[in-house]
Design a protein around this ligand. Sequence first.
Ligand code: NAD
Length: 550
Amino acid sequence: MPNRSEPTSEDAIGGIALFHDPRLNRSTAFSQAERERYGLLGFLPEQVETEELQLQRVLEQIDIKPNDLERYIFLSSLHDSNETLYYRTLMSDPARFMPLVYTPTVGEACQKFDRILRQPRGLYLAINRKDHLVEILRNWPEKDVRFIVVTDGERILGLGDLGVGGMGIPIGKLSLYTACAGVPPNLTLPITLDVGTNNEGLIADPLYLGLRAPRITGQAYDEFIEAFVNAVATVYPRACIQFEDFGFAHASPILARYRERICCFNDDIQGTASVALGGLIAALKIVGGSLSEQRFLFLGAGTAATGIAGLLVQAMVMDGVEKEAAGQCCWLFDIKGLIQSKRQDLADFQQPFAHEHDAIDEFTVAIETLKPTVIIGVSTVAKAFNQTVIEGMARINGRPIIFPYSNPTSRSECTAEEAYKWSEGRAVFASGSAFGPVHVGDKTFVPGQGNNVYIFPAMGMAIYATQAMRVTDEMFIVAAKALAEQVTQANLDVGLIYPPQGDILKVSLKVATAIASHVFDRGLAGVERPSDVESFIAEKAYVPNYPSLG
Ligand code: NAD
């Protein structure tokens, strides 16, 4: 766990304690002078290493681990012992390390959380301590926190209720805020709210570490969230809260309750919507036409579908389209068939997409009837985009846009290969989970991954740099457009509608610059507008160099 931001002369530490402070520890990179000055002689062999050599040793150790969970554990231990080297490792090859510190490996880590827990990292706020949240938040060693990722563990990825095991998500996500967009790690705080669990396997497990009781719901739950939000405002008034992996019943209502009151957002809803919008804007560079000339048909009508459809409508409205006409472009289809105005079972957030239409029970019939130009899968139903669906889309459209966004890979509505093969190489494709290149005839396609990591770290960086007072949907639209601008003609030529993940830091800083400029334009910033927003963002970005020992 981090001890503090920067050492001062009053609290200068030395000797063995220096190795136990992850922010100050340099391990074998302590110079001879530092070893002599800080009482480190004898703790290390005589060689002084460069950061490059340290990185080489880390990479060798990662390579010999037998599986990705072991690599995750190794990297977590590095995070706990030498923060700079941890971030240097992640930033040396983000495309390689993102899947190890976040999805998919973090899913298994959350499931085995009670077995692999090492050092404390982040705070657990249990509902039985509701009246003491301020004191607990004050236990955190950093006095200035700007970014909190919080989950209640109810809907962890596609894995369901993992109770306090969900803590892997805020930790992993905040690592990406730093590694992918340069948000300084000392300003971040992972939090898990423990309101019990409905996972009977966990309750029966003697090694489970959270409250052994069914989840609290209703008014008591709402009061706990309210107490949490107020406690954060008291202790960390400049912090932005990112709500993450809350269950279906809580995600949208929590966002609706707090978005106008505090600086907050929900990545599952808004980040997903933004990355999908960015992909669609880039896809239209291949297909031609504007958003309002498309017809979007979603398979699934839950958090992700309504989030994406809602942002699409707002993006069209920003481009001058009437709200009603924009809404008519989006059609949703769920487990009970087409969402339409005669259905009596719809939630409030589905109503805007309940257009007048007869009932349709079959997705293939919906395609033949509505003639969508785009299908987006957010249903968690593997193989739902079968050969009939893809061939139907390819019959109606010269370049059908096919986005199977469900995660993990085992839930994807189709594979990249299926989409390209069944459309005879005409599909414009992106997916939620990663797929490798596909060869059809003499062409090679590189499928893009609509990974929220293109959006949330950049959003975090922009919010931190501008001290934004609120997070608006417009900011997510600006982010999507800035993301699409990073896609080159060379990317488009191989069907890639997202920038390569290896470029994530560069891409994120551009996206953060665009968001920050918008925040200044809208008067939402808590700091004065600098003359050059791009340099302002770049100067604030964390660089994984060892801090001065004073
Ligand atoms: P959700 O539970 O809120 O919604 C799922 C929807 O699918 C519901 O409307 C349900 O009725 C519908 N559905 C279930 N079975 C169906 C069937 N047989 N036919 C038609 N519809 C069916 O879940 P969510 O949060 O919206 O997430 C959905 C999926 O999207 C998940 O797999 C999630 O991992 C994925 N997702 C991907 C990204 C991304 O890649 N960037 C981001 C967010 C969510």
